[in-house]
Design a protein around this ligand. Structure first.
Ligand code: GLU
Length: 460
């Protein structure tokens, strides 16, 4: 595509009609990467001309999602509706030059015209003094989109209507507003989903009528779920907010989403954002639709979680759980760093440090039988004697118990786990005991022993 030295001006132009979905996030990311790669400019343009669906709340949601993804922009947010005067000026110019005209025809007149001229023929109106404003489309030739991803795509002009660019009251339509904005904002590349490809010839016709040089286009293939169907809620988290709430890290999301259709050919390569910026080129995006697979994102997120510096990890866990990062939470995070694939998975692993063991009858019945009592007794005794209560000394004290009692390690450690956490899953048992501390550990083991003594013993 462009020489490395050319600074691009790109835009992300969401319609604020709901949450930012993963496809939109990818479009935003690709534009951001293109801007940062070329040391260019990213404009955030809010396409809010649909006044009924474009709410302030939706705009905020999109901005919040971009903030969370850590994608910043250099200009904007620019409100498209706020550019109405520019649109009106451009429209006026086209009316004056004769490139556009008012057409008094009503819907039924257009229908009758089409019935007469055949369905493949684009409608041509007759200029009048009132009615919707149409752009004159040439009868001959093709409008050609030179797409960076799809190559040359031709659209025969004769099949296009003299399409409506503004209503009778002068309010402009979508394709017109986009064309005027892209031109006046000096956008050099339009990177967007290929659901917009069918709009592009119309936008090119408007740009040509206005005498503007068109931008370059890159239409990115849409995302699908692993079942081959268009990506939707059925496939799990569908919006950026849902990804955040599910405990994914923005850096992992950027990495995974960048690889959906672009990159080294698989969707499992760990690339830092710096690396993405260095390598990204929109013309390298593939032509086939990419598959968003939340399981792969989970896997990648797990890699990010494990490889993050502890400090950063602990801060992320604290923020995600809206807790203050005190030394206890810090130690708890440390022992769970290897175990969780998402931020959501961390708290259940370390909750026992901050709250009493949870009631899990099933775990209790499964583990607290046979020699469990014996194992707990021996562990309590050993732990009482530990001086420095750290993971190493805990291991030295408790580690020999299985052999001493002639039990498999699980027959000793699982009862301790259930006693201190209520569950059968926790970080490493010695670390868990050490972080919980002597007092609470002994108390919980004692409670468990009392409960065991009060119940009718079950056979192993
Ligand atoms: N506003 C459009 C959308 O949200 C994007 C328009 C464009 O990128 O040209 O789908």
């Amino acid at each position: 595509m462009n020489s490395a030295s050319e600074a691009l001006r790109v835009r992300f132009a969401p319609s604020p009609t709901g949450a930012l979905h993963i496809g939109g996030a990818r479009t935003a990311l690709y534009n951001w990467l293109a801007a940062r790669h070329s040391e260019g400019t990213l404009v955030l343009r809010i396409e809010d001309t649909d006044l009924e669906r474009s709410t302030e709340e939706n705009v905020e949601q999109i901005i919040e999602a971009l903030d969370w993804l850590e994608l910043d922009w250099d200009e904007g947010p620019v409100s498209q509706a706020g550019r109405a005067a520019n649109h009106a000026d451009a429209l006026q110019r086209l009316l004056e030059s004769g490139a556009a005209y008012r057409d008094p025809a009503k819907a039924e007149d257009v229908k009758a015209w089409k019935a007469e001229h055949g369905a493949d023929r684009g409608y041509r109106g007759a200029p009048g003094s009132e009615g919707a404003i149409r752009l004159k489309v040439p009868d001959e030739g093709d409008t050609v989109v030179h797409d960076m991803i799809r190559g040359e795509v031709r659209f025969p002009n004769s099949s296009y209507d003299d399409f409506v660019i503004a209503r009778g009251d002068g309010s402009v339509l979508y394709n017109f507003a986009v064309s005027v904005d892209d031109a006046e904002m000096g956008i050099t590349e339009v990177i967007r989903g290929d659901d917009h490809l069918s709009n592009t010839p119309k936008q090119l016709l408007v740009l040509e009528a206005l005498g503007h040089q068109p931008p370059r286009y890159a239409h990115v293939p849409l995302l699908h779920g692993p079942d081959g169907k268009k990506l939707s809620k059925r496939h799990g988290a569908a919006s950026v907010q849902e990804l955040r709430d599910a405990g994914y890290l923005p850096a992992a999301v950027r990495n995974y989403v960048a690889l959906l259709g672009w990159g080294p050919g698989d969707d499992e390569t760990l690339l830092s954002t710096e690396e993405l910026v260095k390598r990204f080129d929109p013309s390298d995006v593939g032509r086939s639709s990419a598959v968003f697979d939340e399981q792969k994102l989970r896997w990648m997120n797990g890699r990010y979680m494990r490889e993050m510096p502890l400090e950063e990890y602990a801060r992320a866990v604290a923020a995600h759980n809206e807790r203050e990062l005190d030394p206890l939470l810090h130690s708890a995070c440390e022992i769970a760093q290897e175990k969780a694939q998402t931020l959501n998975e961390v708290w259940p692993l370390i909750r026992f440090v901050f709250e009493p063991p949870i009631e899990d009858e099933k775990a209790w019945r499964k583990i607290m039988k046979g020699d469990a009592g014996k194992a707990l007794e021996a562990s309590r005794e050993a732990l009482e004697a530990v001086e420095e209560f750290d993971a190493g000394s805990v291991e030295t004290a408790v580690g020999p118990i299985p052999e001493m009692l002639g039990l498999k390690p699980g027959k000793v450690y699982q009862p301790i786990r259930v006693a201190i956490t209520g569950t059968t899953v926790s970080p490493g048992i010695f670390e868990s005991i050490a972080v919980l501390g002597r007092e609470k550990t002994l108390l919980r083991i004692t409670d468990a022993l009392e409960r065991l003594a009060a119940s009718v013993p079950e056979p192993d």
